[in-house]
Ligand binder design. Structure first.
Ligand code: ADP
Ligand code: MG
Length: 910
């Protein structure tokens, strides 16, 4: 087989293309597909490394840091301090290694998260439909095209139904183009090859079937892969916040280092070389070079925790944005409800209501009229209704064997429900119906709100059958099924049916109507404009109970100051009933000013009125994608962040507009997923709330880690300034400062980044969109902790000064290092005691504590290091006493928290 020889595929007929690809209109066999996969390779494009924003900041810091350290090394060299030169080089290497390892791990975990969102495709293999991963596709595979599909490979069209494809990613043309399988002339350009579909473009509308002609790098997209752009990162407020923080911290570093220099050189008249080295060491230690790595780690950990709770982050910074959401606009079906739709009621043209037994997707159950099982054979109404259920349907239930409960269920849940109903009755196995042929099919979409099929009975008589939203079907019906045939659909009958729709809906049922009309013998196509003059058959009442965990999640949102809005395509009464069950609507809500439910017609208003509605409304029913976009835009005020869920192609604009677009991983289309920052792998509303929780923890950890870095940097610099100012000599040597910096900035800060939640992240209102990372909460810590740290250092220096300056520095080295390490325990929570949040709950910080302890002691005790750092012997009792004294920092932190809590209580009582 040589798939590249001969005329280009667009010049061939579909049949010739299939032949050339040695395939079959039923698809390849499993075995052949496997062989071809080996031969042609996976269907994927070479991945491009993406420049990561944090890496960039990191690099700049690093470069700057290395530059300063290099200057320090040169000065040390020129002044003959060879040992210092080696130490500084050592610091550069260790710093780079720590930074690299941290970055690398964060990067890896993000990469593996990205792989969780896989593109899939439906293929025919020997006549059966299978869902496979897009990268397993091979030339010759027959793929089915559906609305919202991101086309997985280049393919020659075989069949189409209203197929329109958006090829902007390939040709730049943003309007959808019509596709048709007819062969084209020689020399037709890519943009005009209407009988081909191309990898990376997507189906805007309609459906089709195509045979793959090229995969991976051989596709048109693969040929231009270099110019490919990744999904652009949303202008993220988190980036602005962190950039601001970095600037502030760099500013503090430079100005305090300058003070060190000025006091040392001008007031104390220290040697220029010496004071310069000390200044440089101060600068190096207070530059937050660890910050970018910490930020990546916090986000990566947050993203991983979210993934474990079924929210997969596609865009890194959305992890934090999720934490500040003020409003969630959610779908109903499948997100708030279970999405396992089951038909429980039938209301038919004979005026009777039937009950259906059996649960979920189990195909066992009966149709009951009152207490007796109905025999479908003698019931013309039921038979018609069930044939429509079975045939106006694109879902499939694959039963493996007799009592194997495991089934492969494919298709739209509404259609699965219809199919399950039909299978329960075995309608299609009745002899008179067993040979009904499906000629053509028109898929459902949420604007047109119905689906339809053209079928042919064994006697060659054709029928067009319709299933859809009840008002829609009712509005295009003018007759109703009757015992003799059909009769005019009178106003009264219409009223009666409308009453029934309302009745079923208010019992939280999703209502779907069905109807039919005769199909002309010549017709072999069905189109949207066929929906008129239908014969009404009846209603299916479908239950889809709310997910049990949603109620709690909604409650949590309320206590966290997050508004939950339901925007659904379903009927107002169904929406209202589910909203009440889940607590989205509270008892009694709904007034003249602000009705409980806003319906389609009510949304047809000017922007101002809509703004009023969105300010108060919680349930929007019968919305279409345009409404969704308008609702999102209307809500998106200055300081309001909205999260929006969606699944269809038409939801993409709203998902893009939302601050956090949330796509459904199961029922969602590729297009919706590609437009979102978060993909829910379980489609569950509760997962959104969990993601928000993790997002809040992310922000808190960023804040706490920055507070840690700032307080410790302040303390060590102030120790230097104070010592110099009161007339001591340098309390620390440059190399000693650098070592302490490695211990705190390189080890402790990372462990703070892993701090888990304390169960209080949903107790407060969402933070403002532009909430700075640094805020006044740090002031008490600066006022309490920093003075304790500085005075301890000075005391120790003073104590040993008489013996020798070197010994005094050894003591100060230990104090400064250990107070910083203990301060990390303060920063695990800014409000709660480390004991109430579980002292040992963050095992990383315990580990980091011992690692830091070991590093500090090693520097003092190991002969080799001791030599390098110019330390003097410090006896173990002294070491232990100093370490114990250092823990005072933690004690004072706890004391502050306890007093703060008391004061709060007193204030509350008043
Ligand atoms: P949602 O999924 O938010 O409930 P949709 O726009 O998908 O809203 O559906 C709107 C209405 O269209 C439903 O209430 C139902 O009556 C009807 N409907 C939905 N899906 C199908 C389908 N696959 N086939 C026929 N009718 C459907
Ligand atoms: Mg739907």
């Amino acid at each position: 087989m040589n798939i590249d020889q001969g005329l280009p595929y667009y010049e061939l007929t579909a049949g010739e293309a299939i032949e050339r690809l040695q395939s079959d209109s039923n698809g390849l066999s499993e075995e052949e597909a496997r062989n071809r996969l080996k031969r042609f390779g996976e269907n994927k494009l070479p991945e491009k490394g993406k420049a990561n924003i944090f890496k960039l900041i990191f690099k700049q810091f690093k470069d700057f840091l290395v530059l300063i350290l290099a200057i320090a090394a040169v000065i040390s060299y020129l002044t003959g301090h060879m040992v210092d030169v080696y130490v500084i080089i050592g610091v550069i290497v260790v710093n780079a290694t720590i930074g690299f390892v941290q970055e690398y791990r964060a990067e890896k975990s993000i990469e593996s998260l990205k792989k969780l969102v896989k593109h899939k495709a439906t293929v025919l293999r020997q006549g059966e439909r299978f869902i496979v991963e897009a990268r397993e596709l091979v030339p010759g595979d027959i793929v089915l095209l559906d609305e919202g599909l991101s086309i997985p490979a280049d393919a020659r069209l075989i069949r189409k139904k209203n197929l329109q494809v958006v090829e902007a990613s390939l040709t730049g043309e943003s309007l959808p183009v019509d596709k048709d399988p007819e062969p084209l002339e020689e020399g037709t350009s890519v943009a005009d090859r209407t009988n081909m579909v191309f990898k990376g473009t997507h189906v805007a509308r309609g459906s089709g079937k195509a045979i793959i002609t090229a995969t991976g790098e051989n596709t048109e997209l693969g040929k231009i892969a270099e110019s490919l752009k990744e999904v652009e990162d949303k202008e993220s407020s988190f980036r602005k916040k962190t950039a601001r923080l970095a600037k502030i911290m760099a500013g503090i570093a430079v100005s305090t280092a300058l003070i060190v220099f000025l006091t040392g050189y001008f007031i104390r008249d220290f040697d220029f070389d010496d004071i310069l080295l000390v200044t440089i060491a101060t600068l190096v230690s207070s530059i937050p070079e660890g910050l970018p790595a910490v930020l990546s780690i916090v986000l990566a950990i947050g993203a991983n925790r979210m993934a474990r709770q079924n929210a997969i982050i596609r865009e890194f910074t959305a992890t934090e944005t999720a934490g500040s959401l003020n409003v969630i606009i959610s779908d109903k079906t499948g997100t708030i409800t279970k999405g396992i739709l089951t038909i429980k009621k039938l209301f038919l043209a004979d005026g009777k209501e039937y009950d259906v037994t059996g649960d979920g997707y189990e195909t066992k159950g009966d149709i009951m009229s009152g207490d007796s099982v109905v025999d479908i054979k003698d019931n013309r109404f039921l038979a018609k209704s069930l044939i429509i259920a079975e045939k106006c349907n694109d879902a499939s239930l694959k039963e493996k064997d007799e009592d194997d409960n495991e089934r492969d269920i494919l298709g739209d849940p509404t259609e699965v429900a219809l199919l399950v109903l039909a299978k329960k009755t075995g309608i299609i196995s009745l002899p008179e119906f067993s040979d009904i042929e499906l000629i053509d099919d028109l898929p459902f979409n949420s604007e047109q709100k119905f689906r339809a099929s053209l079928i042919s009975y064994p006697d060659k008589h054709r029928e067009k059958i319709f299933v859809g939203a009840p008002e829609k079907i009712l509005s295009v019906s003018d007759r109703i099924l009757s015992p003799e045939g059909h009769e005019k659909l009178s106003e009264e009958k219409k009223q009666e049916i409308s009453g029934k729709i309302k009745d079923l809906s208010s019992r939280s049922m999703r209502v779907v109507a069905h109807a039919f009309k005769d199909g002309g013998e010549q017709d072999d196509e069905i189109n949207p404009d066929d929906a008129h003059e239908l014969v009404f058959v009846g209603l299916y009442g479908i239950i889809d109970p709310p997910r049990p965990e949603v109620k709690l999640a909604v409650e949590e949102c309320k206590s966290a100051g997050i508004r939950v809005i339901m925007a659904t395509g379903d009927h107002a009464d169904t929406a209202e009933a589910i909203a009440r069950e889940t607590g989205i609507l509270e008892n009694g809500s709904g007034s003249e000013d602000c009705p409980a439910v806003f319906d389609e017609q009510m949304l047809d208003v000017d922007d101002e009125t809509l703004d009023r509605y969105t300010r108060c409304g919680s349930v929007f029913a019968r919305v279409n994608p345009q409404n969704k976009l308008r609702i999102a835009k209307s809500l998106q005020g200055k300081n309001i962040l909205i999260g929006m869920t969606g699944d269809g192609v038409n939801d993409a604009p709203a998902l893009k507009v939302a601050d956090v677009g949330i796509a459904m991983g199961q029922k969602g289309t590729d297009v919706a997923r590609d437009a979102s920052q978060i993909v829910l792998s379980d489609d569950n509303f509760a997962s959104i709330v969990n993601a928000i929780k993790e997002g809040r923890i992310v922000f808190r950890n960023v804040r706490q880690t920055s507070f840690f870095l700032i307080t410790t940097n302040f303390a060590s610099t102030l120790t230097l300034i104070a010592a110099i100012a009161i007339g001591f000599t340098y309390p620390l040597l440059p190399t000693q400062i650098l070592w302490i910096n490695l211990v705190t900035d390189g080890v402790m800060d990372v462990s703070l980044a892993t701090e888990p939640g304390h169960g209080d992240s949903m107790d407060h209102k969402p933070l403002k969109k532009d909430e700075p990372i640094l805020n006044k909460q740090i002031i008490p810590y600066l006022l309490i902790i920093v003075p304790v740290m500085v005075s301890l250092a000075l005391l120790v220096f003073n104590h040993y000064q008489g013996e020798s300056v070197e010994k005094a520095r050894t003591g100060v080295f230990l104090v400064v290092g250990m107070t910083q390490v203990f301060n990390a325990f303060n920063m695990r929570s800014l409000r709660q005691s480390a004991f109430s949040i579980g002292f040992f709950r963050n095992k990383w910080i315990i580990l980091a504590f011992f690692a830091s302890l070991a590093l500090q002691f090693a520097a003092i005790k190991l002969p080799f290091l001791k030599e390098i750092f110019h330390f003097r012997d410090l006896a173990w009792p002294d070491i232990l006493i100093i370490t114990a004294l250092s823990s005072l920092v933690f004690g004072f932190g706890e004391l502050y928290k306890a007093i703060r809590k008391k004061l709060r209580k007193i204030r509350e009582v008043r």
